[in-house]
Design a protein around this ligand. Sequence first.
Ligand SMILES: *Cc1c(COP(=O)(O)O)cnc(C)c1O
Length: 377
Amino acid sequence: MEIGRLQAKDQEVLNDLLVKVKEQTELFLGYPVSKDFDYQALSDFLKYPMNNLGDPFVTSTYGVGSRNLEKEVVEFFAELFRAPKDNWWGYVTNGGSEGNLYGLYLARELHPKAMVYYSEATHYSVQKNLHLLNMPNIVIRTQENGEIDYEDLENTIRMNRQIPVIIMANIGTTMTEARDDVAKIKNILKRMAIQHYYIHADAALSGTYSALVDPRPAFDFEDGADSIAISGHKFFGSPMPCGVVVAKKSNRDRIARSVAYIGSLDTTITGSRNGHSPLFLWHTIKRLGLAGLKDRAMHSLATASYTETKLKEMGIAAWRNPNAITVNFPTPSPAIFKKWQLAAEHGNSHIICMPNVTKTHIDLFVGDLKSEIILQD
Ligand SMILES: *Cc1c(COP(=O)(O)O)cnc(C)c1O
């Protein structure tokens, strides 16, 4: 079969889009997406229909995929998040939202009558997931910095003490990158002698580097989490959205269902699964190693500290949470807001100092703010 070429006008559409994507990628400080990747070495894999159908740990009759590398990726995160040695499992998802959906799904299968508690600052997708799963839930107040209000959590659970508890903890909230303390939450549950509970950590934004900073925040399996989800296109960086979910194998075994058609276990949310995205994560893990990832985290923290200082020097009320790469400040003018693609909520915006963000970007941004102030005077 002859492979057709695009007509000139269609090719032009693509060329124009490419120019626009390049431009938009350059000025972009408001969303947590790393852009400093180069996966050219993997481009030949785009020629093949990679699909990791079914469970990554159970071979499938469909053989064109990256299962073995996917398993290595999951193992890397299981170790990073101190999962119990012989009792972890997971897979590469389409993103943090799917990982959170999976955590909630597992939790519901284990505790079908449970109440779900999560803070006001929780990612917007969680409510939709709870709706999909039809799980009763209660929203808990947040503190000023975006962290869950432990007192409100304790009081609310006390009112429902007879009901099993599912907690959706935020490890880096979307707006202010606040981390809920999983150890503290676990203590609250212990204190009230709650017998049946499950804690899922939404670590989409800060999961990877939370394990690399000092002091290490309480967020992982040893601290009390039963499952953890991260996004792969955020701190790691990936040309397409992806993520990883890690859970306890014993819990996943309770929902596993064997499917003859794929010759594997149907343990994941979707049937067909992206066979390319594990390659990107694997490539970054192998290329950087733990030391390289830690350097990346330190670079981001240094840039965040620089940003906070620069804004404060201008008299802007900038602030950030401990060991956070997100710098918060009042939403600037619409022109700046649009140019730098800043997110905004209730008059607050932020810059997220992802690893690709440098002092040069921050200086340009601060320059824009300064020239506006001069214009106003
Ligand atoms: C980004 C994010 C999500 C959603 O992850 P996706 O990868 O976009 O699906 C969920 N929770 C938090 C805190 C996030 O930052």
